[in-house]
Design a protein around this ligand. Structure first.
Ligand SMILES: Nc1ncnc2c1ncn2[C@@H]1O[C@H](COP(=O)(O)OP(=O)(O)OP(=O)(O)O)[C@@H](O)[C@H]1O
Ligand SMILES: [Mg+2]
Length: 461
């Protein structure tokens, strides 16, 4: 066993592959990272295996350039677009009066057995909502407790088998056998929420390029997940259609002048009120458009997304008890003013905009809202932030008991995407082995600017 892990986030705009290794102390070292423009993926679903396989293979190959370690396990994100979630419960007798991992596994398997799984769907997560030992309710972790009966209430996420098979096929071409599937929104929540937020309850909304995934936590358990097939690319399309400009120009306008605060834009230092844009089909001809008009188009789409999510959360009863509030992440959370607009739409529920917890390394900055899912996949695989659960192969995953450490990988490979200088700038955030907090949640306000790497990504559009 060499503990080398490959994590892959298959997003609609980019595919991220990270090779990492964790040792017996459960420290994690990043050994390589690869990022490719996504192809053949839309709204969270693989729509062209050949194109998707190539993009995935390229991302993995870039990550592999800096390591010769044999990959032992792999974990890949899946979209909520093809999932169905249900609740179930189970109970078992405890013959020896002392609860061990055998009984915990048995009761979780029993809860899964008792559930009615829709045909053609496969189990991805079986997460305990609460355990009960004899008469004591809401037991966090029943291990080593005395009792004669153990009960569990679980949240089960299942996913359409054909969609999972397509992901497996796309990865097979790169010689990767998937060990685990992890729900995208679940991974994002794992990477942006702290323990307090999980305990008191929180909802994480990840707004990506073509999808918006959201999950809710309560009492450190996943209790709800949802999805809408709309994301930041829809703003780009709206701008392209309404302003008669090519999509690449629309994308640039969105990221440079996009703001939900009237007449404001972070990169609009000169205070322009009109923007010159190329015309579709005749890119040498430019027309002038009022910034006000651009921002009205953007505002309408973002408002629509936030209201659609709100309606889904309301219907599920989540908004009646929002706990510590709502955390927005994903690429679109970079849009200036999104916090204020969400506060207005969500009627006073506390809103924050968060990046994932950082993992210092010499390859890539994880201090970016687009990295929430990939960081969550790494943290999930390590067992940090997790209770017992059955994974997508129905095996019991155990929480790691000792304090976790995520340490800096010292080796730098020049072939990899290198954001070393940026990592150095953030040396105040460096994670030290002896620091008990280890993973540091990064708020947007602490951000010193979007990485050079991501500006390169925007050139793809
Ligand atoms: N400042 C910004 N304002 C609005 N959108 C932005 C901004 N910066 C980046 N984005 C958008 O974020 C998206 C990329 O985000 P992310 O990497 O989270 O998506 P993804 O995971 O690839 O897609 P998905 O989750 O939908 O499959 C792109 O559509 C990009 O235009
Ligand atoms: Mg995403």
């Amino acid at each position: 066993m060499n503990n080398t892990l490959l994590a892959i986030d298959i997003g609609s705009s980019s595919i991220t592959a990270v090779i990492a290794k964790h040792d017996l102390e459960s420290n994690i070292n990043i050994l390589g990272t690869g990022l490719q423009k996504s192809e053949g993926v839309n709204k969270g679903i693989i729509i062209n295996i050949e194109e998707a396989s190539k993009a995935i293979k390229d991302a993995i190959n870039i990550a592999k350039r800096s390591t010769t370690e044999v990959i032992e396990t792999s974990v890949v994100s899946i979209s909520g677009s093809y999932t169905k979630s249900i609740r179930s419960s189970g109970s078992v007798n405890v013959p020896n009066g002392l609860i061990t991992e055998t009984e915990i596994n048995q009761v979780m398997q029993m809860a899964l057995y008792n559930a009615t799984i829709v045909p053609e769907y496969e189990v991805v997560h079986v997460v305990p909502i609460f355990f009960k030992v004899d008469d004591s309710v809401d037991v966090d972790n029943p291990l080593n407790m005395n009792g004669s009966r153990l009960e569990v209430s679980v949240y089960i996420v299942t996913a359409k088998r054909t969609a999972l098979t397509n992901i497996k096929s796309a990865l097979k071409i790169s010689g990767v056998d998937i060990t685990r599937f992890v729900l995208d929104g679940y991974a994002s929540a794992i990477s942006v929420l702290d323990e307090q937020q999980k305990k008191f309850g929180a909802t994480v909304i990840n707004i990506g390029s073509t999808t918006t995934e959201f999950v809710s936590y309560k009492g450190s358990s996943l209790i709800f997940n949802g999805f809408i097939p709309v994301g930041s690319n829809h703003i780009t399309n709206d701008l392209s259609v309404m302003l008669h400009t090519p999509p690449a120009a629309a994308e640039k306008i969105k990221t440079e002048y996009g703001s939900l605060t009237k007449n404001f834009s972070a990169s609009n230092e000169l205070g322009v009120t009109k923007v010159k844009i190329p015309r579709i089909g005749d890119e040498d001809t430019h027309s002038e458009v009022a910034l006000d008009y651009i921002q009205t188009i953007i505002h309408a789409r973002v408002e629509e997304i936030l209201v659609l999510v709100k309606n889904k959360l309301k219907k599920s009863g989540i908004l009646d008890n929002a706990g510590s509030g709502i955390v927005i992440t994903g690429g679109m959370s970079n849009l200036e003013g999104i916090k204020a607009l969400a506060e207005k739409i969500y009627d006073g529920i506390p809103i924050s905009v968060s990046n994932p917890k950082n993992i210092e390394n010499g390859y890539m900055s994880f201090d970016d809202s687009r990295m929430s899912t990939i960081v969550g996949l790494l943290v999930y695989s390590l067992g940090i932030n997790r209770n017992y659960e059955l994974d997508s192969s129905k095996k019991l995953m155990k929480p790691v008991k000792k304090q976790q450490a995520i340490v800096e990988e010292k080796t730098i490979n020049n072939n990899s995407i290198n954001t070393k200088s940026e990592s150095n700038e953030k040396s105040d955030l460096s994670l030290k082995n002896d620091d008990p907090t280890i993973l540091t949640p990064l708020r947007k306000d602490n951000k010193k600017g979007v990485s050079k790497f991501w500006s390169k990504v925007s050139e793809w559009f």
